[in-house]
Ligand binder design. Structure first.
Ligand SMILES: NC(=O)C1=CN([C@@H]2O[C@H](COP(=O)(O)OP(=O)(O)OC[C@H]3O[C@@H](n4cnc5c(N)ncnc54)[C@H](O)[C@@H]3O)[C@@H](O)[C@H]2O)C=CC1
Ligand SMILES: C[N+](C)(C)CC(=O)CC(=O)[O-]
Length: 472
């Protein structure tokens, strides 16, 4: 699979990273000689953040190439994404060329923030709007506007990249999200211009309050709760009339003169000018990863998208021993010593035990039926440092399976395949109603015994049965 990226600035670079890290080959066309360096830096940021969202490994990265010839860049592409500056005449030229050069079956998407497909295709092109959000490699939303059949085909491809396609029912300037963003931005500019608030104060007003709510419940669900037990109707009757009070300046746009530009840019420099854009991007990405991982636990909003994508990612089942984890180490697992924190070795091992339980049939359905395993003892050995972004693979050997006892030994291997840690763990099968140990269901016992018998032929792992501080 190949994607062609035409225009490799902020958004084109993000698209390149999204495709590349999901295993697509990516070709880039951008006349700016700086584009290759900039895209390299964006992809480096994406490598440290995107894999951290998943508890499974992403596909192997595709191949990245840069081209001076547009026809060469789009040859063989299944997706062509135009991300040139927001100027209609330029987009007409570029999209017309792409429509004649790209393979017939290729989706031609435009990243335009505001133009409608009928604007873009006025010169005879066949593009759809595929409007993403910055950073494209982390945020799932892509607004799709265009012919239904084409947007549905595009939606399937975007889902396979872990994105959330939102098909806009009717074309309209600035689609859905940018209309909302623009309303907030316009009002913020008034507040700055009129000296009511600084750029920093406005950012605090967002991030200390409603910004936190929006990522998980959006606007209407949040307001439903704000109506209390009486719900949405009560909320509307209480706050609806306020829309006619002078709470906001609504549609007026402040004069974009030099004074306003200097005021906003000056305040913004004072707020964050000491940090480079790349540093700010990394801070943003680390925070987004933390928030997205929290949403993944509840399955809310973008967390549900991640869970569905993760279920599609390949999971190797055996490597001699069952493979119970195969993932990249997230940035958030590293500590002040610059390596994977000790607690995260346990987190990874506990997830491997969960996966092993699934493999023998003690899965979510079995647990919902009232039976499970509890861990009663763990022994971890830290043998080698592990680092963010490195591949972590865990294989699991059954040391003993007797009645209600399950004794496992996890081998944690780093990206170079060498042993980085071992985790020996003893689990008891329990009845979740009585909270007491009991024998597992016969089907579980049979699968576990079969694995235990197969593993009995293997040597006892070095370090098994050790106590803390034991020499040799
Ligand atoms: N920056 C943002 O937050 C977002 C921007 N967009 C949309 O994405 C598009 C691109 O915006 P940005 O990436 O922000 O702009 P940008 O200015 O960062 O990048 C534009 C790139 O296009 C290249 N370019 C110029 N003419 C070209 C041509 N004829 N062929 C190929 N490349 C050409 C430039 O060299 C530059 O690298 C716009 O339509 C914008 O509305 C969409 C979502 C968010
Ligand atoms: C400012 N903008 C209109 C280019 C923003 C977008 O289009 C989406 C985003 O990422 O905020």
């Amino acid at each position: 699979m190949k994607a062609a990226i035409v225009g490799g600035g902020v958004i084109g670079g993000g698209w390149a990273a999204r495709f590349l890290l999901n295993g697509w080959d990516v070709s880039v066309f951008d006349p700016d000689p700086e584009a290759q360096r900039r895209i390299g830096e964006v992809i480096a940021n994406a490598r440290r953040s995107l894999p951290a969202l998943y508890d499974r490994a992403l596909p192997d990265e595709g191949r990245l190439t840069f081209h001076a010839d547009l026809a060469e860049a789009v040859r063989g592409a299944g997706w062509v994404q135009e991300s040139t500056p927001e100027r209609l005449e330029l987009k007409h030229d570029v999209l017309a060329s792409l429509s004649s050069l790209a393979p017939e079956k290729a989706v031609i998407g435009s990243s335009t923030s505001g133009f409608k497909p009928s604007d873009l295709n006025a010169g005879g092109a066949r593009a759809i709007v595929a409007h993403p959000f910055n950073p494209v490699y982390l945020l799932p939303l892509v607004e799709l506007v265009g012919a239904r059949e084409e947007t549905e085909r595009a939606a399937g491809i975007l889902r396979s990249l872990g994105m959330f396609p939102l098909i806009v029912r009717k074309e309209i300037d600035a689609h859905i999200a940018d209309r909302l963003l623009e309303a907030v931005w316009r009002e913020s500019l008034w507040l700055v211009r009129d000296g009511i608030a600084t750029t920093e104060e406005i950012d605090e007003a967002i991030r200390m309050g409603f910004g936190l709510r929006w990522a998980q419940m959006g606007l209407f669900e949040t307001y439903r709760i704000a109506g209390g037990e009486a719900g949405m109707k009560h909320f509307l009757s209480q706050f609806g009339p306020a829309l006619k009070w002078p709470w906001t300046k609504l549609t007026n746009v402040p004069e974009f003169d030099d004074a306003l530009v200097e005021l906003v840019a000056g305040q913004s420099d004072a707020q964050s000018g000491q940090l480079s854009v790349r540093v700010l991007e990394r801070l943003r990405d680390d925070n987004l990863v933390g928030m997205l991982r929290a949403l993944k636990k509840s399955g809310s909003g973008a967390g549900g998208v991640l869970n569905r994508h993760e279920a599609l990612l390949r999971r190797p089942e055996t490597d001699g021993l069952p493979v119970t984890a195969d993932r990249q180490i997230p940035q958030g697992w590293t500590d002040y010593n610059g390596h994977m924190n000790e607690a995260c070795y346990l987190e990874a091992s506990a997830a491997a035990s969960d996966r092993f339980m699934e493999m023998i049939g003690a899965d979510a359905d079995y647990i919902a039926g009232g039976k499970s395993y509890f861990t009663v003892e763990n022994h971890l050995r830290y043998l080698k440092e592990l680092h963010a972004g490195e591949r972590l693979t865990i294989t699991t050997q059954v040391l003993k399976a007797e009645g209600r006892k399950m004794h496992l030994f996890h081998f944690l291997k780093g990206g170079d395949g060498s042993l980085a840690a071992t985790a020996e763990t003893l689990l008891f099968h329990v009845d979740l109603t009585t909270r007491r140990s009991c024998p597992p269901a016969p089907a579980i016992a049979a699968r576990l015994t079969a694995l235990a018998e197969a593993h009995a032929a293997l040597p006892v792992p070095e370090g098994a049965g050790r106590h803390v501080g034991q020499r040799g």
